[in-house]
Ligand binder design. Sequence first.
Ligand code: GLA
Length: 376
Amino acid sequence: MKIREDFTTLFGVNPDLVASAPGRVNLIGEHIDYSDGFVLPFAIQARTYCALRIRSDERVRVATNQNKRDVFESSIAELKPQTGPVWTRYILGVLWALDIKVGVEILVDSEVPSGAGLSSSAALECSVATALNAHFELGKSLTELARITQRAENEYVGVPCGIMDQSISLMGKAGHALLLDCRDLSTRQIKVDFESNDLKLLIVDTRAHHALVDGGYAERRTQCEAVAKELGVKAMRDLSIGELETARTRLPELNYLRARHAVTEIGRVLEAVKVLEADDFDTFGNLLTKSHKSLRDDYNVSCPELDLAVDTALNLGALGARMVGGGFGGSTISLIKSDEAAKVAVEIERAFSKSGFGSPRFFDSLPGDGARVESY
Ligand code: GLA
């Protein structure tokens, strides 16, 4: 395995073990994990690999193939939130959140493109957590690891993300999407087989990344929390659309719209599971498109590049399309008849060029497995 050789070249010793964890796309259920909702992501084939060796002292040395393998060095006792160059924090944060007390050497290598909305951060955190959990025989369950890696990102990195990305990176199963209840982290694996139905899920990385990302995400969270507080419920999960409509005049209009997205999106996820299980891909596609409109119009987290990729796919007959992930850039998914996927990609590329946007990247990925130890 290449990362073993790279590790040995870099640190002059062999790693103790290599673990890996995947990125994700979310079929439906966007921006509702932090509102205690339901989400339906699947793990993609692209993975992040973590090679790890335990040291006999307190030194921590970390490097990534994505950053010229420059080694960042610290003492394990000195790790505290928001210390270390930004790229190292996803690794150091996991050491911190797992309360590791001895030194380690870590090299990571990622196939998950960063900034594409495919959750390269969670893939990185979960590959490190899986390696540490196995090596130190910590015995943490996948649910515990999801909470720990989320804490690493919330507190050490300083990003107020929800629990979806870490959960799917840890719990993904080939051929399935994960129905995750973000309140209690209970799960159900839902079979996803687009191929046998002559369908393809085209992932388009728009390569757009807008500055709004961080503030915009936190602001949406705060708006949903404000509505919950005003209406006396724990989270958007506990609100019906009827109750929300009745309370509309008590809420600032923008907050009402945010809540409307959250409440309707939760409903769409549950319906999407039903229709997927019945192989009703037309209705499933419609739900994807409705989700996009709600994210665009009520939640305002789309952007011109995402809208163009979605609209182009829909104009060419896609069954459904929507943005995925946090938004303000990143990727879209489109459900397309297999033999039309190539044409759709060409047309999206052309539309981007015509609008003066940079060239998008295309992926298609079958649902893959979650985090695992690769080798000792
Ligand atoms: C990011 C966050 C997730 C989730 C999505 C939006 O990926 O990390 O927790 O909130 O945005 O669904």
